[in-house]
Every structure is written in structure tokens, then in C-alpha cells.
Design a protein around this ligand. Structure first.
Ligand code: PLP
Length: 449
């Protein structure tokens, strides 16, 4: 037998603890140390770890039907999950295509957008471009990276994919146009219209965006008028609107889907993470009826598929997670406790390296700076967000570091987004540990300037 150590890790140079057990909002390592999961993994474990009601539902499904290939079989677990999801999707986004994760969901959505226009307008349709935004993330596959704008994650791979056009994000703290809200009159949203006119609406199939930008910028909430304006522009130019709710969906921001905060119904929502809350790999796209019916009345066949589409075990997990969320009023809890989290985090602006605190529901981000007045970012070589996250880990708190949002290279942010079951006392504990960790890292970071 060969010795251990065969797993190709994400990072050979970081010594990570070994997770052996989860319970509620906690993860335990192999030495028995307890960690508060302050970012739900990566905004995934939204109902907490190892909830018996969910693990039992998954085991029961495994004993009933483990797998039946989706090109040959329907299965009741998937039908049930789709029914439960359709109850909470906005508008008439009533058709659901199940996949195994976020990147697959995004690939499915952009291919469906292209096929929709081919079915509707004929094979000569030129609609093939997907407009994205700088400072966004839509997944790790080549198609998803081509429409995403997270430089750190795409830089070395960009020669491998076909580029798609992008507009800047509503980064009000560092407005790309040097303007200020509301005097800016949402210049960043109007840029979508300029781009459509430049590229030609006949070439553009869809616009994709995260309702609240997650890991790329750190819980960037748009001005209230942003999404309604984007919806209006997309409709005017016959461009499908795809909301990437992979992080924000399934209750994270205090609504089932984040776009509901602004009364917007996209044409497609992509979802993953919170859908099965980390219990099994799952994702899905929620499609409005007109799109699904165009395929149905046309070729009748979505030219796309994965072996794990509509997997019954994943579907059983989705149904059990949604039931748990409903029974425990977790979407309401995200709203209530989200306010507490925001109030608690606000005090961190007293620390010299905290430039901005922003967020909604249980999705909050802080941006680190070298100088609060000039907003100068910390030097990249200091790896500030990673340093803070490491200080948190030492103290038994997990937060999600990110960076590169200022100019594709510099900029540090951290996401704080605990499971939706979190209590007020636990939030206070999270923020206290976070504050202590930031203070400890500040000493080191400010000395390194
Ligand atoms: N879209 C967004 C907004 C995400 O945050 C992520 C993952 O973090 C993805 C897409 C990709 O999802 P996955 O990692 O499940 O492929």
C-alpha cells in the first residue's frame, strides 16, 4: 500500500487543518479544536452542518434510488425538488434544470440563452455574446471564466477562451467613473446600453451579473435603482437577463432570491451553494416559461447535458434543505440577524485598516485599506486579507478572504456570512473574534507599509 498524501491540494504551500466533524455552525478539526463557520464555507453551508433531518433524507433516497441516467429516466425526487423550488422562485421562473454545482449552472444558462435565440429566430441568429462585468465571478470552467471579471482567477487562462464584453461594476466606494451616488445617475448601469449599442443587440444573447457581488469585491450591494434599470435595458434590447444567485440565492440576503429586494424578475436565475447547503454537490438554473416553451415547441431538446443532471440524491437533499429552511423560518432569520451583523460590523470602521463595511441579510463584506482618507489599498505583497483570515483561524473563526478588486491586482476584502441558523449571541462572538483578529493583523500590516 502506498503512503498517504496523494490528494492534489488547492495550495501546496498552505498548511490547512483537517476537518473531521461538523455540527450546526461549527466545524471541528482532528485535534478537537472548534471553529465557528463564519462564512458558511463559501456561503454554502447555509443551514449549518450535519442536520439529522437532512442527512437522513439523503440516506433514505440513497437506499431507494441512487442513480438513473437522466437521458433515459425521470425520477420522483427530482420532480419533488423542482416543485419545492418553483414555489419560491420569482415570477414565472418555473422550469428547473438541475446540475452539480455553480460553474455547471452558469455554463447551462449561457448555452440555453444561445439556443433560445436559435430556436426563436433561426440558425442564422447572431446572438451569441454574453455581457458580463469586471469584478465578478461566475465559475471556474472556461466558459464561465470568459464572462467573469475576476482578474486573479482568470489571468493565466485568458488565452484559452473567447473573450466576452464587460462593463464596470457598481463599485460606489471606488466609482470607476469618479462619480458619486445619486448624482452619478447610475452611469454604471447605463453603460450596459452603450455597450449593447456598440456591439449590436443582434449579437448579444444575455447579460449576467451577481445581484450582490460576492467573492470578487466582498458583498457589494448595488444602489436600489440599479437592477430595475438593468432589467429595463435588457428588455428594450431583447437581451436575456441572467441573475447569478449562486451565492445570494436561497435566503442568504433575507429574501428567497436577492433580486426580489428590487422587484426584478430575471429571465434565468442560476443557483447552487445554498440549494443543497453543502450536503451534496448541486446546482440549478431556473428558467422562465417563455424560454422553456420555445425549446419545447422548437427542437424539443436542450442540446446540453451532464451525467449528474437531475441526480435523485442531490434532489432529495434540496427538498430536505428547503423544508428545513421553511420550518425554521431561516429566510426571516437571515433578515433579522443580518441587521444585527451589520450593526456589529459597523464598529470595525474604527480600525485604521478597515475602509468599508457593506452587505445585506447574512452576507457582509469589509474592505481593507492602507489609508482610510485616500482609500489606498494595502500592498499586494502583504496578502492582507489572507493574513486576517489566518488570524481568525488561529482564534477559531472561519472567514472568506478575497482580493484584486481595485485594479485587478491590489485590494483586499473579507466576507462574513454565517449559516442562516446563527443566533444573536453567536453573531456577537463572530464579530468579537473578527475584531481581535483584525487588530492583531493591523499591527503587522501597518508596519509593512
Ligand atoms: N457564481 C458565483 C457568484 C459564485 O460565487 C461561484 C462560486 O463561488 C460560482 C458561480 C461557481 O460555483 P461553483 O464553485 O459551485 O462551481
Amino acid at each position: 500500500m502506498k503512503a498517504g498524501g496523494h490528494v492534489l491540494p488547492r495550495d501546496f504551500k498552505t498548511d490547512m487543518p483537517t476537518a473531521v466533524r461538523g455540527e450546526g455552525i461549527y466545524i471541528y478539526d482532528d485535534t478537537g479544536k472548534r471553529y465557528l463557520d463564519g462564512c458558511s464555507g463559501a456561503l454554502i453551508s447555509s443551514i449549518g452542518h450535519c442536520i439529522p433531518q437532512v442527512t437522513e433524507a439523503i440516506c433514505q433516497q440513497l437506499q431507494r434510488l441512487d442513480f438513473a441516467h437522466p437521458s433515459r429516466w425521470r425520477n420522483p425526487a427530482t420532480e419533488e425538488a423542482a416543485r419545492a423550488l418553483a414555489e419560491i422562485t420569482p415570477g414565472d421562473l418555473n422550469y428547473i434544470w438541475f446540475v452539480s454545482g455553480g460553474s455547471e449552472a452558469v455554463e447551462s444558462a449561457i448555452k440555453l440563452a444561445r439556443q433560445y435565440f436559435i430556436e426563436k429566430d433561426g440558425s442564422s441568429s447572431g446572438k451569441h455574446l454574453i455581457v458580463g462585468r469586471w469584478n465578478s465571478y461566475h465559475g471556474a470552467t472556461l466558459g464561465a471564466m470568459a464572462i467573469g471579471g475576476n482578474m486573479a482567477r482568470r489571468r493565466i487562462f485568458s488565452p484559452m477562451f473567447k473573450e466576452h464584453p464587460k462593463i464596470p461594476t457598481h463599485y460606489c466606494y471606488r466609482c470607476p467613473y469618479g462619480l458619486e451616488y445619486p448624482g452619478c445617475k447610475l452611469r454604471c448601469a447605463h453603460e450596459l446600453e452603450n455597450l449593447i449599442q456598440r456591439e449590436g443587440a443582434d449579437n448579444i444573447a444575455a447579460f449576467i451579473a451577481e445581484p450582490i457581488v460576492g467573492s470578487s469585491v466582498g458583498a457589494l450591494v448595488p444602489p436600489n435603482e440599479y437592477w430595475p434599470l438593468i432589467r429595463e435595458i435588457c428588455s428594450r434590447y431583447n437581451v436575456l437577463l441572467i441573475a447569478d444567485e449562486i451565492m445570494t440565492g436561497i435566503g442568504r440576503t433575507g429574501k428567497a432570491f436577492c433580486v426580489e429586494h428590487w422587484g426584478v424578475v430575471p429571465d434565468i436565475i442560476v443557483s447552487a451553494k445554498g440549494m443543497a447547503a453543502g450536503y451534496v454537490p448541486t446546482g440549478g438554473i431556473f428558467v422562465k416559461e417563455a424560454i422553456a416553451l420555445t425549446i419545447k415547441m422548437g427542437s424539443g431538446h436542450f442540446q446540453h447535458g451532464y451525467t449528474y443532471n437531475a441526480n435523485p440524491v442531490s434532489a432529495a437533499a434540496v427538498t430536505a434543505v428547503l423544508m428545513f429552511i421553511k420550518e425554521h423560518h431561516l429566510i426571516e432569520n437571515a433578515e433579522t440577524q443580518g441587521k444585527v451583523l451589520g450593526e456589529q460590523l459597523a464598529r470595525l470602521t474604527a480600525l485604521p485598516i478597515v475602509g468599508d463595511v457593506r452587505g445585506k441579510g447574512l452576507m457582509w463584506g469589509i474592505e481593507l485599506v492602507a489609508d482610510r482618507t485616500t482609500k489606498e489599498p494595502l500592498p499586494r505583497k502583504l496578502s492582507a486579507s489572507r493574513r486576517v483570515a489566518a488570524e481568525c483561524m488561529k482564534r477559531g473563526l472561519v472567514v472568506y478572504p478575497g482580493g484584486g478588486m481595485v485594479n485587478g491586482v491590489a485590494g483586499d476584502n473579507l466576507l462574513v456570512a454565517p449559516p442562516l441558523i446563527v443566533t444573536e449571541d453567536q453573531i456577537k462572538e463572530i464579530v468579537l473574534i473578527f475584531e481581535q483578529s483584525l487588530a492583531a493583523a493591523s499591527d503587522y500590516l501597518l508596519k509593512g507599509l
